[in-house]
Structure formats: C-alpha cells, structure tokens
Design a protein around this ligand. Structure first.
Ligand code: WTA
Length: 634
C-alpha cells in the first residue's frame, strides 16, 4: 500500500490549528528548499534585518577553507543590535532581563537600564586598561552582572571568555592561562541549594596558578568573607560609583569577523578547546534561529533555563533574545530548591511563554511526580524546548503532557558549542516525533554518512556531518588552528564537510535521530549500540528515573554493557529488579543490548551542563583512576 503523502511513520504529534495559524513560517519545505538553492541569498536577507555600521561586501568568503568568513567587509557590533538599536524604539522601556536569585530576591532591567549598566561597566573596564583584541575572563554565578559583564566586553571590543561558575581551580586557571587574560571578573560567590558558594577563594587560587591577571573585579553577592589582594582586586560596586564609570560609552565598531568571545569546551582528551565566535556571523545566526524556531513574538517572556556560562546561555539567554528585543529570564539556583516546584512557580509568577531546558532537568523534575507542577498555573506556556542530549520519549511525553498540557510543541534542538546556534530542529509547525530533533534548519544540509562519506540507508546508524558552512560556525580553536582542522574537517576533507562527532540515524521521513557522541558508541559482538538507546530503554521502565550505560571491554564480545540506574522514589534495588531491568532492555531493544551488569546508585556523575560522565563510571567499574574531574558536578 502506498504511503499517504503526508502520513509520517511512528508516533507523531501534529501541531494544533492555533499553532499553525500563529506560526510565522507556514511551509518549511518550501522555505528550506529556497534557503539551500540560494544559501547566500537567504543569509543576506536575514543579515539585512540587523543594524550594521557598514554593509558587508561578500556574504561568504570560502577562499581559505575551512576557515570560512562571513559578511566580510561589514562593520557591526553585537551590542549595537542587542541594546543600542532598541534605545531608539518602543523597546527601550521594555524589560530586557528578569532575574531571580535563589533566596527569592529579584531584579529587573529595561533595555534602557541595561544600557546604562553596560556602558558604565564598559568604561570601568577601559579604565582598567582593557582594549580591543584582549580576552577578558568572566567567572561568575548566575547574576545580572554576569550578563552586564559579557555585554560590556563586547561593547568595547574585547572578547569574553566565560568560565562556568561551577568549575574549580584548575579548570579556571587553565582557561585564564590559555586566553592570557589580564582582567578577571568574578564575585564573592553565589547561592546554590541554600548555601553560598565561594568563587573568590577559587579565583584567588586560580590567579596564583595563572599569574597573567593584573586586575580582578569582584561583585558582592553573598557577603561572605573573602580575601581581596590590595592593588589587584576591586569591588564592582566601588568601581561603578567612581567618576570613571560614566554612563556614556561608545559602542566599538567591529569587523564582522572580529572575535566576540571564546568559549572553552571539554573534549574527550587533553586540554579544553577555546572555540572562537565572531560579531558578524554569530549575531546573524543566533538571532535568526531564535526568531524562527521559537517563533518569537514581541510580547513573549522567554526562559532558557541554562547557565550563561555555556553556549546555550551565551546564545539563547543573552544574545539571541536581546537582539530580538525579547524579555529573557535568568534564575540563579537549583530547580528543586527549596522544593521541586521552584521552576513551575516561576513560570506562573512571571507568566513565561516559552521554556527551553535540558532532558536531564526534565527527568530530574519528573522524578518528583506531576503534582508539583499541577499546583501551578502553567497556561502561559506556548512552546517548550529541549537541548543538550537526546531526549528519551518518556521524558518528552511527560514534558509535553504535564508541563505543556498537551498543547505546547517541543522544539528538540540539536546543536553544539561549535555551531553557535540550532542546526537540526523543528519549527512550531513541524509534526513531532518524541526523541527526534526532526530536520535541518534553513541553510543547513545535514546528513548521516558512513566512514567513506556515503549516505547511510534510512534507519541505519552513521556519522553526522554538515555539508556546508553557516554564519554561526566557530571560526577556529583559539591559538590552535591545526587542531580545528584536525578535529572537525580532516575526516571528510575531500568533501569539505564538518564532522559533528555525533552518531545519528535518519528515518524514512527524513527525520534525524541523534544517538549520542561517537565516543559513547559501544560495539557488542560487532553490533553498534548507543549508550542513549540503552538508557532510554531503562528509563522507560517505571522503576527507573535515570540511567547511564557504558561499554566495558570484553574479550568475547568486544564490549559488554554496564548500566547504572537511579530508581524512582520509594523503590529499592534487588536481585529480582536487576533481572527485570536486564530483561526489559532485552525486550525493548534486543538481546544484543541486554546489560551484563545493572547497579543501583543514588546519583550519576554529571558535568555541570548535565551530561553524564560515562568515563567516570567506566573507570570506577574497571577499578581505575577517574582522571580529570574538573567538570564533575558533585
Ligand atoms: C549533544 C550544547 C541530542 C550532541 C548545545 C552534541 C544533543 C553535544 C542535542 C554538543 C539534542 C546537543 N539531541 N543530542 N537536541 N543537543 N546534543 O557543545 O552530542 O555542550 O554533539 O552544546 O550535545 O554539546 P555542547
């Protein structure tokens, strides 16, 4: 029987009439086709929606592949778009930022007020000697000054390097040293689960190890004791009340290709890689993806519940919403503090329309049951989003039903620090399949290929590649261009494709299913299996809320599967349950996926961005040293 034209395979959620009518894009296929046929034309139109000091000469310069350049000759500053242009429109008095601290304190900033703070701090940085071309390191809790500091750096033409506030001494020292920063912006601490953290003491140790820092600006947040070094350390509030902190600060005119920031990401090996993003392409790419994917409307209140210290926060807490004139929300603390309704309470309190978060967070909150969410009026929500790892269908459905009340489409966005913004993602009108990031964004040609670069058959696993450049791509690895080529462009050099480092599948309908990092792929008796698939199967068992699967070396099978699981509240581990879970996975995926070991645990080792650190589990299971643990959350 012939397949109906628009009948998709599997478990499909179609958008409501209301979403179809309100969405700015009515026909993805048509617009996608146009964006591929005339890619530069597409980006040129989007770039034209922004404010430039001088128009670009060339949209794309590919003369030095893979070091692509975008909008060459153009003059721009991201802050001219995120703030300055709003000051001459009705947006001026609109809230740019709503911030809530964990203890319950809150502050709001209009675009006008944000501009004043950013200008003042820009002047402070200049007075401390900051100049165009420098890299300033920022190590802060999730407070408004973090965003003010980022914007101030960009405004005066210095690049920022934000180091996540949960990192510790060595990670910070290493990043300061690689960036050769002279200025560090930090705070005495922040609040997490009711307790103050002590960032300044960590920063002191890091500055001892990395002696490039000449000036350190410290925001007083917790009021806890901390050591301040005489002629190096300054309180933010002192500097901001001095005459140097004038509220008049010109936004620096930057080349489109000038660096905006460096963001370090942990690789599987060795030292972190500092990915470089630029003023021109990144501004165009993040603002465009945000507008289309979350169908941003001027009255929306947008909450990306990530940390600004990661790419998700850079692109979608700070820059993309502000360029679009949106009201963005920042929350300092833990989702379940003091109770697991903290997030739902905030949605009700601020009337949030779009929530964008990670599957880990969803699963974490799902563990407490639906009643915490049911106590709150979540009817303001129109759209939901997910990022960071594949979302298992159980968590997707819970998010859809319990949080979105069955009416909010979930934008499962696949992208990376390297890509700057969303790459494979639905739009609100896209029919959704739980667990699939659906289709490529406009201008992006994605494919799943074998080692030689041939597209694999529908449903087969392969390597995810991007076949063309896009404006938001990282331009290089800071001070290590060879590594940039090696890591991302070497494998498919002949074709000129970008290697994402993920394995994936494409189904018969052209939907992409991300399996996980290539390094988390197991080979059991020659069969490939993704950790994520096994975990998803385990989580689909009612007794399990979280799971991590790793491959242990096995002489006979290559790999055997070792699973660590967290059980739902009130359930305790037993030999029977162990067997049950093994059989459950066998039933869900096949005998090949049946774990050899299932162990019960209280928590999983995770990075600050919520990714399970499987190598830590692996080392533990093998009785080895776990190695570098700087990214571990607990
Ligand atoms: C994974 C985060 C499945 C993927 C923005 C990628 C995802 C890595 C998704 C990048 C998603 C991100 N579905 N997997 N929607 N989004 N990933 O640099 O493995 O922290 O390569 O960027 O996260 O992580 P990064």
């Amino acid at each position: 029987m012939a397949k109906q034209k628009d009948k998709l395979e599997g478990d499909v959620y179609y958008p409501s009439q209301e979403i179809l009518e309100s969405s700015r894009v009515k026909d993805y296929d048509c617009l996608y086709k146009q964006s591929i046929e005339n890619r530069e034309g597409f980006w040129e139109i989007e770039a034209g929606k922004l404010s430039w000091y001088k128009k670009w000469g060339k949209v794309l310069d590919d003369s030095k592949k893979p070091f692509y350049k975008w909008f060459t000759g153009g003059k721009i500053n991201i802050v001219a778009n995120a703030i300055d242009r709003h000051l001459v429109s009705d947006t001026r008095n609109k809230l740019a930022l709503i911030w809530e601290g964990e203890p319950g304190d809150f502050r709001t900033y209009s675009f006008f007020a944000l501009n004043r703070e950013v200008s003042k701090f820009g002047n402070v940085l200049k007075a401390l000697g900051a100049k165009k071309g420098d890299v300033i390191t920022i190590y802060m809790p999730q407070i408004p000054e973090l965003i003010i500091a980022m914007l101030a750096c960009a405004k005066i033409g210095t690049a920022h390097s934000v180091v996540y506030g949960g990192f510790s001494v060595e990670a910070l020292a290493e990043r300061i040293s690689d960036a050769q920063s002279n200025i560090l912006i930090t705070a005495d601490g922040g609040f997490r689960r009711g307790k103050p953290t002590n960032l300044k003491n960590i920063a002191n140790d890091a500055m001892r190890r990395s002696p490039t820092i000449i000036s350190c600006v410290v925001v007083k947040r917790t009021g806890e004791e901390c050591f301040m070094e005489g002629d190096r350390d300054f309180w933010y509030h002192d500097l901001m009340s001095m005459p140097i902190a004038s509220a008049k600060c010109e936004t620096e005119v930057m080349d489109a290709e000038d660096p905006l920031f460096i963001l370090y990401t942990s690789g599987t090996t060795g030292k972190p890689k500092g990915l470089v993003h630029t003023h021109g392409g990144y501004t165009v790419y993040t603002s465009t993806t945000f507008r289309y994917v979350f169908d941003y409307q001027p009255e929306d209140r947008w909450w990306c519940a990530a940390d600004p210290g990661w790419i998700t926060g850079h692109s979608y807490i700070v820059y993309a919403p502000m360029i679009n004139g949106a009201t963005t929300i920042l929350y300092e603390g833990a989702p379940n503090y003091p109770y697991p309704n903290r997030w739902w309470q905030m949605i009700e309190k601020y009337g949030i329309n779009i929530l964008y978060t990670s599957p880990t967070a969803i699963r974490g909150l799902m563990r407490f049951g639906p009643s915490w969410a049911e106590r709150h009026d979540l009817s303001s929500l129109r759209l939901l989003g997910s990022v960071g790892e594949p979302i298992n269908p159980e968590a997707w459905k819970w998010y859809h039903e319990v949080i979105g009340k069955g009416k909010c489409p979930i934008m499962d966005t696949w992208w990376q620090t390297e890509t700057g913004g969303f790459m494979i993602t639905p739009l609100p009108i896209t029919p959704l399949k739980p667990g699939s990031a659906t289709k490529p964004f406009f201008g992006i040609e994605a494919d799943v290929v074998d080692e030689k670069g041939n597209s694999v058959k529908p449903g087969e696993e392969g390597t995810l590649v991007i076949k063309n450049p896009w404006p938001g791509m990282a331009r290089t690895i800071f001070r290590d261009p060879d590594q940039y080529i090696e890591k991302y462009w070497k494998q498919f050099e002949k074709q000129g494709w970008y290697l994402a480092g993920d394995s994936a599948k494409v189904d018969k309908d052209g939907y992409f299913w991300i399996i996980g990092r290539n390094d988390d792929v197991l080979k059991v008796s020659g069969y490939r299996l993704g950790s994520a698939e096994i975990e998803s199967a385990l989580i689909s068992h009612p007794a399990v809320t979280e799971a991590a699967a790793i491959g242990l070396p096995d002489k006979l099978k290559g790999n055997i599967i070792h699973a660590t699981v967290i059980l739902a509240e009130g359930i305790s581990g037993s030999v029977e349950l162990e067997d049950q879970l093994k059989s459950h996975v066998q039933k869900e995926i096949g005998p090949i996926a049946k774990p050899k070991f299932v162990v019960f645990a209280e928590s999983l080792p995770k990075t600050r961005s919520g990714k399970i650190m499987r190598r830590v589990l692996k080392a533990k299971a093998l009785g080895q040293e776990a190695g570098d643990l700087t990214t571990l959350e607990d």
